[in-house]
Each structure stands twice: as C-alpha cells, then as structure tokens.
Design a protein around this ligand. Structure first.
Ligand code: PSU
Ligand code: MN
Length: 307
C-alpha cells in the first residue's frame, strides 16, 4: 500500500490493503453530478453494501477538504450528495482543488489515478465518459479514456451512454491500447441497454476468467487499465425506443443552451433523468449494483490468485 502525504485511507480500507484482502474503488462524480438528491446518497450507500456482500471492502474515493480520501464516512457522503455543493474533479482539476482545499466528486479518470496511488487495482462505476457526439468539431473527448490508457486499474462499467458517440469511443480506446472486455457478451453494452450493435474484441464468461486476463495484462507490463463492459441485467434494461428520443432531446437542449466543457456530461445526465421521470434512474441504480458485485468478485478472484 502506498504512503502518500495527500492520501487519507479509511480504517477498513487501510486494514484490508495491509492484509492483501479484496478492495473495490468507487467513484464520486456519480454522487455529486450524476444523480439527483437523495437517490445519489441512497445509491452510494447501497453500492458500498453490495461490495461488502460480495466479500470485498468498498473504497469510495473523493476530494474532501483538499485531501484524497479513500474510504468515506457517512458525513463525507452526505456532504458530497448535498445538491450544488461539491465540485467535479477530473485529472486536470486535482492540483487546483487540492491547493484550494476543496471538496469534490472524482470522475473515473481522477478516481483511477487516486486508486492507483492507494494500491487498489479494481474499480466499479456506472458508465465511463467517452467521445462526445460532434467531437470532430468540439474535440470533447473525456479524460477517462486517456486515463484508461495509462493507469493500471481495471474499471467495471455498463458500457457508455449513447449521449456519447460509441463507435468513436471504442476507436479511441483501441488507439490507447485499452483492452475492452465483454462479460457474457460479445457486444459493447450501451448502459441502459445490453446491446449497441458494436462488437468488443474479447469476451469472458466469469470473474475467474476475467481475473486471469487482468493478471496477464500486469504480467505483460502493460501500463494501462482494463475496461470491463458488464451489461445491465435483462430485467432492468430499457428498450432503446424508450431512451433514444430522450437522449436526442437532451443533446439538442445542450446545444441550444451552448453547454461546454466539463458541464456537458452533468447537463446531459440531469436532462435524461428529468425527461425519463426517474425510469432511467432505476436502471442506473440497478446497473451500478451489478457492476459493484462483479468488481467485488473480481477483486476476490485476484486476491485468491496471489495466495
Ligand atoms: N456517465 C454516466 N454517469 C456518470 C458519469 C458519466 O453515465 O456519473 C460521470 C463519471 O464520473 C465520468 C464523468 O467519469 O461523468 C465523465 O465526465 P467528462 O465527460 O466531463 O469527462
Ligand atoms: Mn468533456
């Protein structure tokens, strides 16, 4: 486990890492900018519980008063969940927010970076950031993709939302040499739905098989992460007809209001939540729990390999 002057490990996380027991990192931009209050707070707690139930220790990561906190207490979660309070920290924001002693939710990119500092190799989230539609004009490509190319953390997600350009997102992941692994599927899932029509290069069918692949990535000395694409459970999936029009509406609202930069993703997520009247939120909660369960199983399998 890494000692680092900016890092605060919670007691449960610290003990688990010292004893080489399984730990799962969790992000916090989903709490601060991904879901409305109070569902964000409930979900953050439920996801931690799912990780526990699957035999691993949850390590929710955020910036609290300028400290890189790994393993949050209830008060931290409540502060992050409070509407409009916390900032959004991607990799490029970390230095400024640390210097200012700010409190912020960390994106997938920033959470990967901090998880690697803490020595946590497995991370669960809902959906990653990616290449935005119209990126050929805006150049809006999430730092999540570059982080996946350079930081050795395995990220379990349910694919990416079709607010993004999914074919371009997969192309950029290929360019950065990121293995994208379908779990029980040969297709990249589209967050709310299990399919996107886009193939993934590799597929596994169990957490054990996934652990062997992750171990091979490390043995090879490849520096980057692994992206695990875990489709939403069948029972919770939304039909694409239910969501496509809403995503188009959210995108056109964003363009009409000239939303730019780091505000794009939070704006689109909030708009999709509003326009579906909570249906998308229920699916979102279900897929995060599903990802947390798989990530915990993976962390357990990786620890078993070490024995
Ligand atoms: N996509 C979602 N839910 C989320 C996010 C993305 O479906 O909560 C969050 C994640 O924290 C992700 C971040 O890392 O948004 C990406 O932001 P940007 O596109 O600005 O890089
Ligand atoms: Mn962006």
């Amino acid at each position: 486990m890494a000692e680092h002057s900016l890092l605060d490990l919670g007691p449960e996380v610290s003990a688990a890492l010292a004893e080489h027991r399984p730990v799962v990192a969790l992000e916090s931009t989903i709490i601060t900018h991904g879901m409305p209050y109070p569902r964000n707070l409930d979900t953050a707690r439920q996801v931690e519980q799912v990780v526990h139930e699957h035999g691993a220790v949850p390590a929710t990561i955020a910036l609290i008063g300028g400290r890189l906190k790994v393993g949050l207490v209830q008060q931290d979660l409540e502060e992050l969940a409070e509407p409009g309070q916390a900032a959004k920290a991607s990799r490029r924001d970390l230095a400024a927010l640390v210097a200012r002693k700010a409190t912020a939710g960390t994106t997938v990119a920033a959470t990967m970076y901090i998880a690697a500092l803490a020595g946590i190799p497995v991370f669960a989230t809902g959906g990653i950031g990616g290449v935005h539609r119209g990126a050929e004009e805006s150049f809006d490509i999430s730092a999540d993709l570059i982080e996946l190319g350079s930081t050795p953390v395995t990220v379990v997600c349910a694919g990416a939302k079709s607010i993004l350009d999914l074919p371009k997102t997969l192309e950029v992941l290929e360019t950065y040499g990121v293995p994208v692994i379908g779990v029980g599927t040969s297709e990249f899932p589209a967050f709310f739905s299990r399919t996107s029509g886009l193939p993934v290069a590799h597929r596994v069918d169990s957490a054990h098989e996934l652990a062997e692949l992750v171990a091979a990535q490390r043995l090879l000395g490849l520096p980057g992460g692994v992206l695990v694409a875990n489709p939403i459970p069948e029972a919770d999936a939304l039909a694409s007809e239910q969501i496509d029009g809403i995503i188009e509406q959210a995108l056109s609202d964003a363009s009409r209001q000239s939303i730019r930069g780091k505000d794009v993703t939070p704006f689109l997520l909030a708009r999709v939540n509003e326009l579906t009247g909570g249906r998308s939120l229920t699916a979102n909660v279900a897929l995060i729990q599903n990802n947390a369960a798989l990530a915990a199983d993976l962390a357990v399998a990786l620890c078993a390999q070490e024995q």
